[in-house]
Write a protein that binds this ligand. Structure first.
Ligand code: F6P
Length: 343
């Protein structure tokens, strides 16, 4: 078969491991030709690709980023977008396309499938909030990076009697904040699922200091909102092609409020894209490899319009339509466990 593959949306560690697995199993076991479309859906619209064979994949399992590069291009924003994708399929005699991406990239995949094209999805988001699967690759790496940062911030916070506010990624769900906060021993964790009650945060910090502690760590997800009905803190108003604004800055707002209300000296660290860069953890390399093998197997089993999915310990597949549109929130029980250590 002739199979296309693309990586769309924000990158995350493990993308190359998925590509490697698709190419390896596709070419060695099925005799496929694999076409790697460049820069997400943009490459499909513009018919730009590179042929991927066994010589393309050595030494990439541990590399972050994506050898195919990525973009947030949305073909549905173009009046002739679907026709151009169809043309690329026809010109390259594509039998199927594997799209690796989150809600946006796979949302396009679903529309193209509904338009008659053979699409298989692989779930990807550093935020780990895609419905239809239990874990996305890249998340474990981000959690480890954030946890290491929190560990480092502990010693400097302690040396200076400071509050350190650490802002991590997480637009609509606070998975990275909750996991890294628990692992790093955070004193308060704030997530998009629960409005921030600034009085309560300050009370927790004062209570901790009254117990003789002279420093604290607050972890906040970038998508968390203050309780007073405020919107998410953003960096400008510009929207990407999927209608998303750039988040970032809640940590600074929070740090200023905490210092003003408690008089504890407070600093903010915004981890940003450091969480998405560099080598994937061993866990993510294994998970991404499993997703890649599952995706090419799905192509050969004719499981189109579906997404590879991890359910418990098992790789399976679910309809794209079931996986998209709903956001997988942090399990309240997990957050309750985290909150045992607050204040
Ligand atoms: O959706 C994944 C994510 O990493 C979010 O956590 C973050 O808000 C966003 O992407 C950042 O996007 P960009 O790389 O375009 O700045």
């Amino acid at each position: 078969m002739r199979v296309g593959i693309l990586t769309g949306g924000g990158d995350c560690p493990g993308l190359n491991a998925v590509i490697r697995a698709v190419v390896r199993k596709g070419t060695m076991f099925y005799g496929d030709s694999i076409l790697g479309f460049l820069e997400g859906w943009r490459g499909v619209l513009e018919n730009r690709f590179q042929a991927l064979d066994l010589d393309s994949i050595p030494g990439i399992v541990h590399r972050g980023g994506t050898i195919l590069r990525t973009s947030r291009t949305n073909p549905m924003k173009q009046p002739d977008g679907v026709d151009r994708v169809r043309k690329t399929f026809a010109e390259n005699q594509l039998d199927a396309l594997i799209a690796i991406g989150g809600d946006d990239t796979l949302g396009v995949g679903l529309k193209l499938y509904q338009a008659g094209l053979k699409i298989v999805g692989v779930p990807k988001t550093i935020d780990n909030d895609l419905a239809g699967t239990d874990f996305c690759f890249g998340f474990d790496t981000a959690v480890n990076i954030a946890t290491e940062a929190i560990d480092r911030l502990h010693t400097t916070a302690e040396a200076h009697n400071r509050i350190m506010v650490v802002e991590v990624m997480g637009r609509d769900a606070g998975w990275i904040a909750t996991y890294s906060g628990i692992a790093g021993g955070a004193d308060v964790i704030l997530i998009p699922e629960r409005r921030i009650d600034i009085d309560q945060v300050c009370d927790l910090l004062k209570r901790r200091h009254a117990r003789g502690k002279y420093f604290s760590i607050v972890v906040v997800a970038e998508g968390a909102r203050l309780a007073d009905g405020a919107d998410q803190v953003t960096q400008g108003q510009k929207l990407d092609e999927f209608g998303h604004v750039r988040l970032g800055g809640i940590g600074s707002t929070l740090a200023a409020e905490i210092q003003a209300r408690t008089d504890f000296e407070t600093r903010v660290v915004i981890l940003g894209h450091i969480q998405r860069g560099g080598s994937p953890t061993a866990f993510d390399r294994v998970l991404a490899t499993r997703y890649g093998v599952q995706a090419i197997d799905m192509v050969h089993q004719g499981e189109f319009g579906r997404m590879a999915s991890l359910q418990g310990q098992r790789l399976t597949s679910v309809p794209l339509a079931d996986a998209l549109g709903t956001n997988r929130k942090v399990d309240p029980e997990l957050y309750e466990i985290a909150s045992v250590f607050f204040g």
